[in-house]
Design a protein around this ligand. Structure first.
Ligand code: PLP
Length: 278
């Protein structure tokens, strides 16, 4: 396995990062994941723009434009140029004596790798999900490598036999541990607004665009815990999850079998058409 580290392509086993890297000590870094499907990255520009925006939010100075010419080299070296895969990119603030405040004028540590991954045409998972109060911080819009809250929440979901953990803030569903969440009621599609309480997923943005193409009314409005049982459909979105129907949230069951709601299904098919076209 190859990794791209600070401009060099290395065998993963010989890649080295200092123990004083702030990514390691503080989780002081930003990451991005994008899918390569049929020989191109799905919404590459949007992913790289989000990386750039998040780096600016935490004042890491790194020109993401260099990645566009480095990524193909990594794909070639990994023998994955023609294959479907997931690309992971991480930029941490760099190496410095351990002090909380940002050190000045140090180069960031930049690392990328690709993993072979064939995403299904349509995600057939009908997910059972659990729900809890969000115990993470209030800057969920920053795609930070500090994922302990997300990791603990997802582990708890898995322990309960669930695919995902939904988060509540003041009884409103915001997002999930690695996905965004949508609801459907009487043909209207609901999702939490893109503020500091959620990560504005690229898949979320694509789904909102598809809703407008399919003439589904959209409200960027959070759904309260009390309204979950009144909803007709619910689904998750994310880069590797794509669009996954939600079968059950905690005690509330949407489907007893493997049926999938009409709006969710329509969006899954429109998403597939987009992947084939993109
Ligand atoms: N919300 C969180 C907390 C995430 O970690 C992710 C993806 O990793 C998403 C939402 C979905 O984002 P995207 O569709 O860009 O993968």
């Amino acid at each position: 396995k190859k990794v791209w580290l600070n401009g060099e392509i290395l065998d993963a086993g010989s890649a080295r990062i200092s123990v004083f890297d702030r990514g390691f000590l503080f989780g002081d870094g930003i990451y991005e994941v994008m899918a390569r499907i049929g020989g191109r990255f799905f919404y590459e520009k949007a992913h790289l723009k989000r990386l750039d925006t998040c780096l600016q939010k935490i004042k890491i100075d790194f020109d993401t434009r260099i990645l566009t010419k480095e990524i193909p080299k990594l794909l070639q070296a990994s023998d994955l140029f023609e294959n479907d895969c997931l690309l992971y990119i991480q930029v941490s603030r760099g190496v410095a004596p351990r002090k909380h405040a940002f050190p000045h004028d140090i180069p960031p540590t930049v690392m990328m790798y690709v993993t072979p991954k064939i995403l299904p045409d349509i995600n057939s998972v009908n997910a059972s999900v659990s729900i809890m109060n969000d115990f993470r911080w209030s800057r969920c819009d920053i795609k930070t490598t500090s994922l302990l809250g997300n990791v603990m929440a997802n582990e708890s979901a898995v322990q309960q036999g669930c695919y995902e953990m939904l988060f509540l803030r003041d009884d409103i569903v915001t997002e999930a541990s690695h996905c965004n969440v949508f609801f459907v009621k009487d043909g209207t599609v609901y999702t939490h607004p893109a503020n500091e309480l959620i990560l504005d997923g690229i898949t979320r943005q694509v789904v909102l665009e598809l809703c407008s193409q399919l003439n589904f009314e959209v409200r960027e409005e959070g759904i309260s815990k009390q309204r979950i049982p009144q909803m007709d459909e619910a689904f998750l979105t994310g880069t590797s999850t794509q669009i996954a129907s939600i079968k059950q949230i905690d005690q509330h069951i949407y489907y007893t079998g493997d049926e999938i709601g009409e709006v969710t299904k329509a969006l899954q098919h429109a998403f597939l058409a987009l992947k084939n076209k993109e």
